[in-house]
Write a protein that binds this ligand. Structure first.
Ligand code: UD1
Length: 340
């Protein structure tokens, strides 16, 4: 079976994708610099799939090492590139760190891929490229808006770098997957999200509040022009998201792609408000969540959810799990992770 490289394969979405790749029979090689993950995640993956993926601790900024890695693994047929920094606030404080971590590393990898006979490349992009879209649901044709943060900008620039490279590199086929809001964890609770410090994202903040690590969830604003006044997002279960990566990779490896560079939205197609997420959590956990409404968070958009038509029709993929499933698994993981 084909050998696939997963960069950042010990991270949240990366680890779930490794599981789905192994379930499909792919041979997986992970590289990760462990800056936002731990080697223990390998045990979780192995315990789910019964097969330990190859792992190399490697910082993609170390160009010589990247070059040597690809010399050793010249039989790689596909690369799923998750490795990147992702804290929006930090990126505003440290823009150069983000451009170096997310852009220079992408360039180094693409330079290596040019040397291979044929390779499929999947890029982790984000619905953040659309900013506050003028029309909802958001299709792939919605214009890319001026990025709100260096982090968001690295996703936009990343997409452009890949698109430009594909135009002149016939052996390279790529898909950028624009994720909406990934949440939840594997149902086994053997892998999941491991936020460092105080979580910035809604769902880990909810579960950490429920378990008593945080005192209270602050709901950022209830005066938005939405039905209950709180912001709306498209929360997609990370296992559905992981499966989409395998489907996208299969498309490239089987030459089913229409052009050498394609983009797809990955979401459920349904928007949920912050309060609806809180209610879903309360329902599946059977406990009340301590929250209060506070002022708006700077930079938040009002509403974003995906038009999934292109992913449904062309990838033949659609989500199977619900928001309740995601909240149930996130809660199970939160209870389990404290024991790991
Ligand atoms: C955020 C990033 C986005 C990134 C994504 C990755 C910002 C402005 N955007 O998206 O660029 O791609 O994470 O996952 O940081 N909320 C609360 N209280 C909290 C936390 C969040 O009310 O303590 C609300 C937010 O206002 C928002 C919703 O929950 O309406 C989701 O927030 P979050 O999980 O941070 O995701 P995004 O802001 O959509």
């Amino acid at each position: 079976m084909d050998k696939i490289l997963v960069t950042g394969g010990l991270g949240f979405i990366g680890s779930h994708t490794v599981v789905e790749l192994q379930n499909e029979g792919y041979e997986v090689v992970i590289i990760d610099d462990l800056s936002n993950s731990t080697e223990k995640v390998l045990d979780g993956i192995t315990s789910i799939t019964g097969k330990k993926p190859l792992f190399e601790k490697l910082d993609l900024k170390e160009r010589d090492k990247v070059e040597r890695f690809f010399e050793k693994h010249s039989d790689i047929k596909g690369v799923i590139h998750f490795a990147a920094s992702k804290a929006v606030g930090e990126s505003v404080q440290e823009p150069l760190l983000y451009y170096e971590n997310n852009i220079s590393t992408l360039v180094y990898i693409l330079k290596e891929l040019k040397k291979l006979a044929s390779v499929g490349f999947i890029f982790s992009s984000s619905c953040t490229v659309y900013g506050q879209a003028d029309e909802l649901p958001i299709t792939e044709n919605a214009p890319v808006k001026q990025a709100e943060s260096p982090y968001g900008n690295t996703k936009q620039i990343g997409e452009e770098i890949i698109s430009d490279t594909c135009k002149v590199t016939p052996n390279l086929k790529a898909i950028a997957l624009r994720y909406f809001n990934p949440v939840g964890s594997h149902e086994s609770a053997k892998i999941g999200e491991l936020p460092i410090g105080v979580p910035q994202n809604l769902v880990p903040f909810i579960t950490q509040t429920a378990i008593g690590i945080r005192e209270q969830l602050s709901v950022f604003g209830d005066d938005y022009p939405t039905p209950d006044g709180t912001c709306i997002r498209d929360y997609i279960h990370v296992v559905d998201l992981a499966k989409a990566h395998v489907v996208a990779l299969n498309r490239l490896l089987k030459n089913k792609n229409k052009t050498n560079y394609e983009t797809f939205n990955l979401g459920t197609g349904t928007g949920s408000s912050v309060l609806e997420v809180v209610k879903a959590f309360e329902k599946v956990s059977g406990q009340k969540l301590n929250y209060k409404i506070v002022g708006r968070r700077e930079g938040d958009i009002i509403s974003a959810y995906a038009d999934t038509t292109k992913a449904n029709n062309e990838l033949g993929w659609k989500t199977q799990l619900t928001l309740d499933d995601a909240m149930r698994s996130a809660w199970k993981w939160e209870q389990k992770v404290r024991e790991l």
